[in-house]
Ligand binder design. Sequence first.
Ligand SMILES: *[C@@H]1O[C@H](CO)[C@@H](O)[C@H](O)[C@H]1NC(C)=O
Ligand SMILES: *[C@@H]1O[C@H](CO)[C@@H](O)[C@H](O)[C@H]1NC(C)=O
Ligand SMILES: *[C@@H]1O[C@H](CO)[C@@H](O)[C@H](O)[C@H]1NC(C)=O
Ligand SMILES: *[C@@H]1O[C@H](CO)[C@@H](O)[C@H](O)[C@H]1NC(C)=O
Ligand SMILES: *[C@@H]1O[C@H](CO)[C@@H](O)[C@H](O)[C@H]1NC(C)=O
Ligand SMILES: *[C@@H]1O[C@H](CO)[C@@H](O)[C@H](O)[C@H]1NC(C)=O
Ligand SMILES: *[C@@H]1O[C@H](CO)[C@@H](O)[C@H](O)[C@H]1NC(C)=O
Ligand SMILES: *[C@@H]1O[C@H](CO)[C@@H](O)[C@H](O)[C@H]1NC(C)=O
Ligand SMILES: *[C@@H]1O[C@H](CO)[C@@H](O)[C@H](O)[C@H]1NC(C)=O
Ligand SMILES: *[C@@H]1O[C@H](CO)[C@@H](O)[C@H](O)[C@H]1NC(C)=O
Ligand SMILES: *[C@@H]1O[C@H](CO)[C@@H](O)[C@H](O)[C@H]1NC(C)=O
Ligand SMILES: [Cu+2]
Length: 627
Amino acid sequence: MAISLSHFPITLALLLAFGSIVAEAANGTVTYDFNITWVRANPDLAFERPTIGINGQWPLPIMYAEVGDQVIVNVDNQLGNQTTSLHFHGLFQNGTTAMDGPSQVSQCGIPPGSKMTYNFTITQPGTYWYHSHDKGQYPDGLRAPLIISDPDFPYKDQVDEEFVLSVSDWYHDQMQTLIPQFINKANPTGAEPVPQAALLNDTQNLTVAVQPGKTYLFRMVNIGAFAGQYIWFEGHNMTIVEVDGVYTDGAEADRIYLGAAQRCSVMITTKNETTANYAFVASMDTTLFDVIPDDLNWNSTGWLVYDSNKPNPDPTILEDDQFNEFDDFTLIPVDKFPLLPEPDQTVTLDVVMDVLGNGKPYAFFGDISYTAQKVPTLYTVMSTGQDAMNPLVYGDYSHPFVLEKDQVVEIVVNNHDGDADSGKHPFHLHGHNFQAIARSGEEAGDFDNTNSSQTDYPAVPMRRDTFVLYPDGYIVLRFKADNPGVWLFHCHIEWHVDQGLIATMVEAPLEIQKTQTIPQDHIDICKAGGIPYAGNAAANTVNLLDLSGANQAPKPLPAGFTARGIVAMTFSCIAALLGLATISWYGLADMGAASKLEEERRIARMNGESEGVVSENSGSEINTKVG
Ligand SMILES: *[C@@H]1O[C@H](CO)[C@@H](O)[C@H](O)[C@H]1NC(C)=O
Ligand SMILES: *[C@@H]1O[C@H](CO)[C@@H](O)[C@H](O)[C@H]1NC(C)=O
Ligand SMILES: *[C@@H]1O[C@H](CO)[C@@H](O)[C@H](O)[C@H]1NC(C)=O
Ligand SMILES: *[C@@H]1O[C@H](CO)[C@@H](O)[C@H](O)[C@H]1NC(C)=O
Ligand SMILES: *[C@@H]1O[C@H](CO)[C@@H](O)[C@H](O)[C@H]1NC(C)=O
Ligand SMILES: *[C@@H]1O[C@H](CO)[C@@H](O)[C@H](O)[C@H]1NC(C)=O
Ligand SMILES: *[C@@H]1O[C@H](CO)[C@@H](O)[C@H](O)[C@H]1NC(C)=O
Ligand SMILES: *[C@@H]1O[C@H](CO)[C@@H](O)[C@H](O)[C@H]1NC(C)=O
Ligand SMILES: *[C@@H]1O[C@H](CO)[C@@H](O)[C@H](O)[C@H]1NC(C)=O
Ligand SMILES: *[C@@H]1O[C@H](CO)[C@@H](O)[C@H](O)[C@H]1NC(C)=O
Ligand SMILES: *[C@@H]1O[C@H](CO)[C@@H](O)[C@H](O)[C@H]1NC(C)=O
Ligand SMILES: [Cu+2]
């Protein structure tokens, strides 16, 4: 990492003396040179594994900038065997949608040996993170916090010092191994791989030296792949002051929940005496796991150390009912931005988990499982003229919604994920934060908008960019389409991204054409990777409404076979083959070659055809399915 010298002293001074100096507006340039390579890491001291590092290091550097800065990130992909890309989670990329990061959406994946530059202006303060947005890659280590400091932070007079604190789940296997085992005929129920450990700041047993009688700001970020985490500090309450970059009126909580990708900044005031040290805990939400392995410790402990000569006590074992449930829906933004008016366009998305005709488990909005297209969606916008307003050109399986400039858009998500034990989903929108105007509890059924009116919603709704949907319930979100760009809406559980739980918002495409350009180095990486960068989703540049050859999800189950039936059949077949009593992902290796072949034949017979469309493109879901 190299930070340009002109800017470094300002950032450093701010970090060291947060809140105690008056800084002038920065308007500097912050440059990061990121050489992305494989390194080895063992953060839970249980297993050393290849991990994706930057400039030979892991944990990765935290990115810092200030509101008004120009940020330049020069990425050099030296992984050798995988493409990559970087997404700056939560940044609106207003006017720079090409810098948003998801591969096959706003860029081509950066091939090994290639370089690409991200260049954008910082307009938002707060707590963010950056991560790979390519082929389910970030849980291999390519994720870290991104902090935007703000001379006008509303609580600056109350804060003495600040800490960044990441929480994460951690896997011992690599994603390229886990994804094909997960999206596999041997796993028809779609049981997600269970992580091996929970990490606090990419380690465990973290000690944080604190002084008595001071107020600390903890910027907490869940950079994990899957698990939501409960976080609490023994003997200390938290005052929430920011979620996902949105400052909130101070709200007291004794425990918070951070879904994957969510952020929360809290103020903690230390005690006046140094007679004891206090444990704090990040505890993975085990209701997401289909099985809890016997040897899994789903808690990670740290300590507020008042006196390093005193012992660090074990955390007290607590039950859920010993906490006051804090509901982020009740937060109020400091800016008091009012409820948006009735929507001009409503997008209703039903979350469904099901097997397709190839016997493998997928995730759907309605009946569409997102499938990456041949041409990145943004490049289709740029090369289709007036037809860019026609959703057809983006391919059905990118699940596109074309939004008109400045429309008020409402997204309703109903949770039909049948598995009552695993139905929580943290939904994330790129390019915006949204007003969270309704969220039901569990088992509420679908949202009924036939009789809703503005008065049913908070006058000043909470805003954030990632919001948790509960099992068999709904969420209702609103935003104004005032940021021309191509923005994904997806669940932030990386397994569900891999399974296709994604829709694409194509916002004001004609405006993008008029006001934005694609830098030459972005086009060059497409050329290097042999990826088409013009035309409709099927790379047809002549007949833009001819989508033949566009990538599709595997075919559905043949008529006459219900998903439940095939799951039961596949299940009993596998159970018989492997002698398993219950299907569980944990410890279940891929099937042996012989049984695999038999299984494939059997499903092919049911389909009355050979294997699905997926293999047509590349022979692997990893390349075709994952956005
Ligand atoms: C990037 O890292 C690789 C592996 O450590 C090294 O061989 C290469 O020289 C580095 N490149 C740059 C530009 O630092
Ligand atoms: C400098 O940054 C401030 C925000 O800190 C912004 O309001 C202003 O427009 C920026 N000026 C330029 C020239 O970019
Ligand atoms: C890529 O390289 C890493 C580091 O050498 C290795 O562990 C991994 O298995 C490779 N992955 C693939 C898909 O080849
Ligand atoms: C970044 O973008 C700005 C604004 O478009 C431009 O002036 C600048 O030259 C770019 N810098 C790099 C390194 O690409
Ligand atoms: C977490 O790690 C970062 C980067 O090393 C460090 O700046 C920060 O202070 C750590 N947080 C805590 C609570 O120790
Ligand atoms: C943290 O402490 C536990 C309990 O002593 C130990 O099992 C674990 O290996 C430690 N982890 C790290 C990373 O130090
Ligand atoms: C935390 O807040 C609760 C509820 O307001 C209060 O009962 C408790 O005493 C507080 N604990 C501390 C350590 O301040
Ligand atoms: C700590 O001391 C300060 C200053 O004397 C006082 O205002 C505050 O109430 C004390 N805090 C606690 C928790 O006793
Ligand atoms: C994790 O912490 C919770 C809350 O204290 C406790 O109920 C649970 O037993 C702990 N789990 C393990 C494996 O220690
Ligand atoms: C609107 O629907 C809800 C849920 O079905 C129902 O409880 C409520 O009475 C309805 N309100 C009106 C005004 O019809
Ligand atoms: C994007 O910038 C435009 C023009 O400055 C502004 O009107 C709009 O509110 C911005 N949108 C977002 C999401 O920041
Ligand atoms: Cu999900």
